[in-house]
Ligand binder design. Structure first.
Ligand SMILES: NC(=O)c1ccc[n+]([C@@H]2O[C@H](COP(=O)([O-])OP(=O)(O)OC[C@H]3O[C@@H](n4cnc5c(N)ncnc54)[C@H](O)[C@@H]3O)[C@@H](O)[C@H]2O)c1
Length: 343
């Protein structure tokens, strides 16, 4: 079965989706919808077999189009996804799904009522290193998870419609929700706006998950270094995922701070001296494919009836709910805000 695809938005990210759906087995990119004339011409020159238009309705009216892939600014996702689902198309929306919880839930319910796939492009859920780390966590190799620290910084690209949390921390929240098997319960966040007063360029988030797990995320497009580093600290072992390290992204450290019962501080003070454990470091061999390709493949599989995967609409809505709580927290000087439940 050949799935006809229309890609909406051909800015920085859209052309990667066009490339994948043009070359994947079982899909055919048919349309690119792009409102900017220069970009529309550029993508048309690069993929001359595609039809281009500035109006999504033209692509939605083509019966050969089974699926719509939306890679426009986040503030436009809700409306474009709704129109596509109502036209009977399967939809893959770039992350974050929407900018508010109500429209995220509405889209999930709409997809179910019209029996169409709704998937969100949380591409790190298709990243081989993130998946390998999930296996270690799931197997209990780290023991009980204490906290996760996540850093995602770079100089640019600057967004104008959403802040750094929506743009960057959305990736980390999707990863943490996946690894911990739950969305966060509450979020506290502080942010700073310098480039454009309307959105924060840097956001520091602290999320509280079940089982008293803490997650801290530093998200910024105003930083001299491009870093994508995650540390997972467990009671038995620790793990890092460095997405900038293409060869050896995952390390498992047999390290920890244990109690040394032979070195009791005193009889009256209920404390033990800490004993640093410096064990082996394991670097698993990971074959990294293109995560975006795996994401596109899953979308095609779901259209053909595969079970909902990690990145369905509801998972996307959970990320949106956490980001909404982060915004509320920033508006309240970092107060801890409960995350609304979406399921
Ligand atoms: N998964 C990832 O790693 C990743 C990476 C980059 C961007 N993204 C996501 O992809 C989306 C787009 O990001 P980008 O960096 O490509 O942004 P961008 O601003 O470079 O491109 C967006 C394009 O959409 C076009 N557009 C806007 N409204 C439109 C409409 N109604 N119809 C057709 N075209 C329209 C704009 O003209 C622009 O060319 C965002 O949601 C972003 O979060 C995801």
């Amino acid at each position: 079965m050949m799935t006809g695809v229309a890609i909406v938005g051909a800015g920085h990210w859209g052309p990667h989706l066009v490339r994948n759906f043009s070359t994947l087995h079982g899909s055919q990119a048919l349309w690119v919808v792009e409102t900017d004339e220069t970009r529309r011409k550029m993508i048309g020159d690069r993929f001359p077999m595609l039809s281009t238009t500035d109006d999504i309705e033209e692509a939605l009216g083509d019966d050969r189009v089974d699926a719509v892939v939306i890679a426009t600014p986040t503030s436009t996702h809700a409306l474009l996804a709704e129109r596509s689902l109502k036209a009977g198309k399967h939809v893959l929306v770039e992350k974050p799904l929407t900018t508010d919880i109500e429209s995220a839930i509405r889209l999930c319910n709409l997809a179910e009522s019209v029996d169409r796939t709704l998937m969100v492009g949380h591409v790190f859920l298709f990243n081989a290193a993130v998946n390998r780390a999930a296996e270690y966590i799931e197997a209990g190799d780290l023991g009980a998870i204490r906290y996760i620290s996540m850093v995602r910084t770079n100089l640019g690209p600057v967004r104008y419609d959403v802040n750094a949390a929506w743009d960057l921390a959305s990736h980390d929240i999707s990863i943490a929700n996946y690894w911990l098997g739950s969305p966060p319960l509450a979020v506290s966040a502080l942010g700073g706006s310098w480039v454009n007063q309307a959105v924060e360029d840097s956001v520091f988030l602290t999320l509280r998950y079940p089982a008293e797990v803490m997650v801290h995320i530093e998200a910024s497009w105003m930083n001299p270094s491009k870093r994508r580093l995650i540390s997972v600290v467990g009671s038995d072992q620790m793990l890092t995922v460095d997405d900038m390290d293409l060869m050896e992204p995952v390390r498992i450290y047999d390290k920890g701070i244990d109690e040394d019962p032979s070195a009791k501080v005193s009889d009256t003070f209920a404390g033990f001296r800490a004993q640093i454990r410096e064990g082996q470091i394991v670097i698993p061999n990971i074959t990294a494919g293109e995560p975006l390709r795996a994401e596109c493949e899953e979308f095609l599989a779901r259209i053909r009836g595969a079970e909902a995967g990690l990145s369905d609409g509801w998972a996307g809505a959970e990320v949106v709910a956490a980001l909404v709580a982060a915004d509320k927290s920033m508006a309240n000087d970092g107060r801890l805000i409960d995350v609304e439940s979406v399921r």
